[in-house]
Design a binder for this molecule. Structure first.
Ligand SMILES: O=C([O-])C(=O)C[C@H](O)[C@@H](O)C(=O)[O-]
Ligand SMILES: [Mg+2]
Length: 426
């Protein structure tokens, strides 16, 4: 590719750095978050002195695949994203085959292609945008909003990981605890929407917590997400109870057929980041009218451009669009903000785990939450810079923490040996 000044830009060096950051004991349908969340930071350097950043899951299988791709990227044209995707497919095929994997039992992908391609695509888009002196959102078609709304993401949680000091959030194991947590989220970050992670207690108990939230925050749109914790029949009962209280129910029951059965029996929109997480899931889900809102996620859907494609498909088929989040750091947040800024039909506030972390690896000053929203960076690229000292701290934590993959169920069973995964339990 001929760039500014007629020179060709080439990838000169790629660095993949595994990092770990402290994560509170957040409860979910498969168990509890471990004390450390893992991420991988991808740096794509070019021979004309640019640096592009990407961030993704840091489980060891994913890490090995990222490193295998990184080793082959030297000399690649950062504008050649088609070639990049082909290269990732080749590396995966020549390595361990690139079969799917489970991220902590919460998310299962059928193929590694999209998850491995994604951080390299984001880093190359960061390079392209820096070279052009424009924000990444311009490469995605231009921003349609200057600020991106996020939802406060509430979790049932313990006061502390066993053997650790209590975190600043305290315990939340009932409706009062959830309302207090929501108050802290709203006061601290200004969120104007709230999402409760369910699938931890019986549905009636979680409905009471949602109703307590409604009483405490009469104007906040609310959502409940039990990650497939209920049967279709229970999901219908919850939908009847929470009609007019929540804006949607997220993955009440597992699988497209189960979601379709629920959707036939309620007018409440059903959202998903579990049964539609790849392009090939869209035709059967749309044919069965199984979901009304898709949660996009550039880490899972193959980067920012394929997520923009997903937004177009949602628009075409009249589906709502929201955004999913796992535990993440600031590079991911920046990418999410640029994507959200350029997605015209993003009809709901995006999810984010960001308030749950106490450490990051960016030079501060951008991506600050005000009134529950983040200003879209207007500087070149993603608009964020790595703080090398902070990166070194998070990498050292990865070296010493001993966690190498997300295992919510294994960790939970080390504390409560009889724990059973709650999927379809109620
Ligand atoms: O369904 C969702 O929204 C998620 O998968 C978000 C996160 O995985 C969340 O449930 C978690 O980390 O426990
Ligand atoms: Mg969900």
């Amino acid at each position: 590719m001929t760039g500014l000044g007629g020179s060709r830009s080439r990838v000169s060096r790629v660095v993949v750095t595994p990092v770990a950051f402290a994560d509170p004991p957040l409860l979910n349908v498969v168990g509890v978050h471990q004390p450390w969340a893992l991420r991988a930071v991808v740096e794509v350097h070019t021979d004309d002195g640019l640096l592009g950043l990407g961030e993704t899951y840091g489980d060891e299988t994913q890490l090995g695949r990222l490193q295998a791709v990184a080793a082959r990227l030297g000399g690649h044209d950062p504008y050649d994203l088609t070639g990049l995707r082909r290269l990732v497919a080749q590396v995966l095929a020549a390595g361990d085959g690139g079969a799917g994997m489970s991220f902590g039992g919460m998310l299962d992908v059928d193929s590694a292609l999209e998850t491995v391609y994604s951080p390299f695509e984001v880093a190359c888009l960061d390079v392209q945008a820096r070279r052009a002196g424009v924000p990444v959102s311009d490469l995605l078609g231009g921003r349609v909003r200057d600020r991106v709304d996020f939802a406060g993401y509430l979790f049932y949680k313990w006061a502390a990981h066993p053997g650790h000091e209590p975190d600043a959030w305290g315990e939340a194991l009932d409706a009062d605890g959830i309302v207090a947590q929501a108050r802290r989220m709203v006061d601290g970050w200004g969120f104007t929407s709230l999402k409760l992670k369910g699938g931890v207690f019986a549905p009636e108990v979680e409905c009471e917590a949602v109703e307590a939230l409604r009483a405490a925050f009469p104007d906040h749109p609310l959502r409940l997400d039990p990650n497939g914790g209920w049967t279709p029949a229970t999901s219908v009962k919850v939908a009847e109870r929470l009609a007019g209280v929540v804006e949607y129910l997220e993955d009440p029951t597992p699988g497209i057929p189960g979601m379709a059965e629920v959707a036939r029996r309620t007018d409440l929109p059903l959202a998903t980041n579990m049964c539609v997480i790849a392009m090939e899931h869209l035709p059967p889900a749309i044919a069965a009218d199984a979901v009304q809102v898709v949660l996009s996620d550039h880490h899972l859907w193959g980067g920012l451009r394929r997520s923009a494609l997903l937004a177009g498909i949602c628009e075409t088929f009249g589906l709502g669009l929201s955004m999913h989040s796992n535990s993440h750091l600031g590079i991911s947040l920046a990418a999410m903000v640029h994507l959200a800024a350029s997605s015209e039909n993003l009809t709901y506030a995006c999810d984010t785990h960001y308030p749950w972390k106490t450490q990051d690896l960016l030079v501060p000053g951008v991506l600050e939450f005000r009134d529950g929203a983040v200003d879209v960076p207007t500087g070149p690229g993603l608009g964020v810079e790595l703080d090398r000292d902070k990166l070194a701290v998070l990498h050292e934590q990865w070296v010493t923490c001993g966690v190498r993959r997300r295992e919510d169920t294994v960790y939970m069973r080390s504390i409560e040996p009889g724990f059973e995964v709650n999927t379809s339990r109620w």
